[in-house]
Design a protein around this ligand. Structure first.
Ligand code: MN
Length: 242
């Protein structure tokens, strides 16, 4: 961060322009000499405290110029209005940084409620809200799926994993060959190539927050052989909907 310091000192009959780097919190001293004579020296001192205050306030710098001319020492306090509030601070709070949640409708502002999937996969009574679609150093999507009473997500598996948090209601999930109860705020990890399907508890709405990689493979649907293997477990056989 640099600070342009311009001071005009008529005491020694010179207009002096200094460009000083502001070392944050550090004592800084600049000494200049004029001509062949070393009898005129100018010191610019930016006090650590002032540097700190200006860093916090982002408004001004306070410096002190000591003039030494023919062994006569004088001083000028210099107030430098130099630094605008850094734009990156204001830019970091963008319109989309906070999207408010409406607990009545379980929706986030400026977030459309979309169909669960655009393809012909079997599912029932699910909506999707895409809350985050990758950015910064996070190559992930965060989605909110809501499954209404009697609904179900597609029975599928894929190379990519899911991390899911139950955000509304309760229900059950198939993970591999197990059917597990899930309740509000439970965390569910779906490992790669693991059959999975979510369903709400009876007469309930199940809402889940789901993190998934932005770079992912397409889900696979079970074929007859897969379904036969899945149905070896009676609980799975009665749970799955295809
Ligand atoms: Mn999936």
């Amino acid at each position: 961060m640099s600070t342009l310091v311009i001071s005009s000192s008529r005491l020694i009959g010179l207009d002096i322009a200094l460009i000083a780097c502001r070392p944050l919190g550090l004592f800084f001293k600049l000494s200049l000499s004029f001509g062949d004579s070393f009898s005129h020296r100018l010191y610019l001192v930016i006090f650590p405290l002032f540097s700190f205050l200006s860093f916090v306030g982002q408004r001004c710098h306070l410096g002190f110029i000591l003039l030494e001319s023919k062994r006569v020492l004088g001083g000028i306090l210099v107030l430098v209005n130099s630094v605008q509030r850094p734009t990156n601070l204001s830019q970091s709070i963008q319109e989309d940084t906070i999207r408010r949640f409406d607990p009545q409708t379980f929706t986030w502002e400026n977030t459309p409620t979309l169909p669960y999937k655009e393809d012909s996969s079997p599912f029932k009574a699910i909506t999707r809200q895409l809350l985050f679609s990758g950015g910064h150093d996070l190559p992930v999507e965060l989605r909110y799926f809501e499954i209404g009473p009697g609904g179900y997500s597609t029975l599928e598996r894929h190379e990519h994993a899911h991390v899911v948090v139950v955000a509304r209601g309760s229900g059950r999930v198939l993970i591999g060959s197990q059917v597990c109860n899930i309740d509000l705020n439970d965390l569910v990890q779906i490992p790669p190539m693991t059959w999975h399907q979510f369903q709400p508890a009876a007469d309930q709405t199940l809402g889940i927050l789901c993190i998934v990689s932005t770079n992912r493979d397409r889900p696979q649907r079970p074929d007859e052989a897969d379904l036969t293997a899945l149905c070896d477990e009676t609980e799975v056989a009665t749970f799955i909907k295809v």
